[in-house]
Design a protein around this ligand. Structure first.
Ligand SMILES: [Zn+2]
Length: 349
């Protein structure tokens, strides 16, 4: 681990925060820019990180695939798929190159940390990440670096995400108790949905799982990349909705309370989100059965990650930075809040 705090050149001098996002000056490239730019390095496919309209994009093959689904095959003029661990020179003409490599972030399919190295100094942008095991993507890999750029979505000691199998158990207990009720699980289409499906399979649930139409395409993407989701059936292919009594249906959270859900028999509303630990949010989502399933680090995961990597500096992109800054101070790690606006704390959770 790096102990030298006299960085040369310090990332402050070659990384800056602009309105479009975090910008690497010598590479003329933004990380997860919020506006269309010439050169974009993308951590993962969630819409608040992977936006459309860039000229050149570098990302994992999975993220590029997701962006093509969302913004069209030719969403960027140049699309470079970067393999995990492969080192790319972003500035082949320059005297001092900016080298980029990607490492798993454990967040969703294709999610990657971006490491940039310039004149021997390295900075890692973790993007969104988590440390708890997730069968729907490779595990986060701690990478040695001088500056570690982290999110802080759940950076308060109150956030403590239980193992997913505990939440699957809650769902199974409810199904046994209310065998006539259709268990409608609200889960975001990219990541959360597939994680719930694989969590159910790991728990030993092998019946068909029924899906809202908005989830079908991304579930197929997971299959295309080798994830076996078991038998999933589109709700639209079900002839008699009464047969969905006692079954599990997954839908985007927005569908939980709209007209679509009214055709299902005696719905028991479940919601899969890290925010389900907060009572007010379960009420807001009208979740009868809250399932605490998060794609982000909880408080302890954040601290353990910083302790493991021990960077000279931590930069915090968005979220609850105050508590994390304080914790960094206690660990003798210099911390700085970037206060980026535009990354959402809820839409993808
Ligand atoms: Zn995300």
């Amino acid at each position: 681990m790096t102990t030298d705090t006299t960085l040369n050149p310090h990332p402050d001098t070659w990384i800056e925060v602009r309105r479009a996002g975090i910008y690497c000056i010598p590479a003329d490239a933004y990380i997860d820019p919020m506006q269309p730019v010439a050169r974009a390095l993308i951590t993962h496919g969630h819409a608040d990180h992977a936006r459309g309209g860039h000229e050149s994009v570098w990302a994992t093959v999975e993220t590029i695939n997701i962006m093509q689904q969302r913004y069209g095959i030719e969403h960027a003029v140049v699309q470079t798929a970067v393999a995990i661990g492969e080192e790319i020179n972003l500035t082949p003409e320059a005297e001092y190159p900016v080298l980029m490599s990607l490492y798993p972030a454990g967040h969703i399919l294709g999610s990657a940390q971006i490491k940039l190295t310039y004149q021997g100094v390295s900075i890692v942008f973790a993007g969104d990440y988590k440390r708890t095991p997730d069968p729907s993507c490779p595990a986060f890999m701690p990478i040695d670096c001088d500056v570690f750029v982290t999110e802080a979505t759940f950076a308060l000691p109150v956030f403590n995400h239980p193992p997913i199998q505990d939440e699957m158990h809650k769902l199974m207990v409810s199904l046994a108790r209310f065998p006539e009720r259709c268990h409608l699980v609200g889960a975001y289409a990219l990541g959360k949905c597939q994680r719930v499906i694989l969590g159910l399979r790991q728990y030993g649930y092998h019946k068909p799982i029924y899906l809202h139409g908005a989830l079908l395409k991304l579930c197929q993407t997971y299959r295309d990349f080798g994830y076996d989701l078991g038998e999933c059936i589109a709700v639209s292919d079900v002839a008699d909705y009464n047969t969905l009594a006692g079954e599990i249906v997954i839908a985007p959270p927005s569908a939980l309370t709209d007209r679509w859900s009214r055709k299902l028999p005696d719905v028991l509303t479940c919601m899969a989100s890290g925010w389900m630990q907060i009572r007010a949010r379960t009420k807001q989502k009208r979740a009868e059965l809250p399932l605490i399933i998060s794609d982000h680090c909880d408080w302890q995961e954040l601290l353990d990650t910083l302790d493991e990597i021990r960077p000279a500096e931590v930069w915090i992109t968005h979220g609850r930075e105050d508590a994390l800054m304080h914790a960094c101070g206690k660990m003798d790690i210099h911390a700085r809040a970037l206060r980026l606006i535009g990354y959402e704390d809820e839409s993808n959770e």
